[in-house]
Design a protein around this ligand. Sequence first.
Ligand SMILES: Nc1ncnc2c1ncn2[C@@H]1O[C@H](COP(=O)(O)OP(=O)(O)O)[C@@H](O)[C@H]1O
Ligand SMILES: [Mg+2]
Length: 166
Amino acid sequence: MATLVIPYKPQPRQAKYHQAKDVDELLYGGAAGGGKSEATIWDALKYALQYPNSRQVVFRRTFPDLQRSIIMRTLQVYPKELGKYNQSKHEWVFINGSVIELAYWDNDSNYMNYQGAEYDQIRWEELTQFEERWYVYMLSRLRGSKPYPRAVKSTTNPGGRRPLMG
Ligand SMILES: Nc1ncnc2c1ncn2[C@@H]1O[C@H](COP(=O)(O)OP(=O)(O)O)[C@@H](O)[C@H]1O
Ligand SMILES: [Mg+2]
């Protein structure tokens, strides 16, 4: 059987983040360029492969940020043997049925996109850029029928909230 090599060697802080067990909400803080987004995408891939038919979502605050960081990077590094990226739905669908949605949340009207949603893992990238009420709302979407560990895993720069319109 062919062996697929995952091209990622976690640095010590990334390894610590991946090893976190039995957490409901996890926050990975660190300076820009510290490897938080990289850790997020590999953590998501590992979960997707480990738990068949699981569903995850990764949020950035804006579409340009999502495109530049998460979408581009996953297209570069996720092994094409394992899944396909659906450009119109902005989601990765893996051969075991797992899905990783790549999404942005930039205003209050986004609530309605998640009314019937269920996720096994919710990942906020640069958490301080989001409104707390969006985070709290999405806690209610961390649910499902499968016996999988569910968690919210976020990353952030230690700085304050970036001023944004709206
Ligand atoms: N374990 C790693 N191995 C190789 N390159 C890495 C690793 N972690 C991060 N990088 C690279 O370092 C740069 C910064 O990482 P990134 O995840 O974007 O940082 P942050 O999200 O904390 O700002 C990126 O080019 C990323 O691909
Ligand atoms: Mg980042």
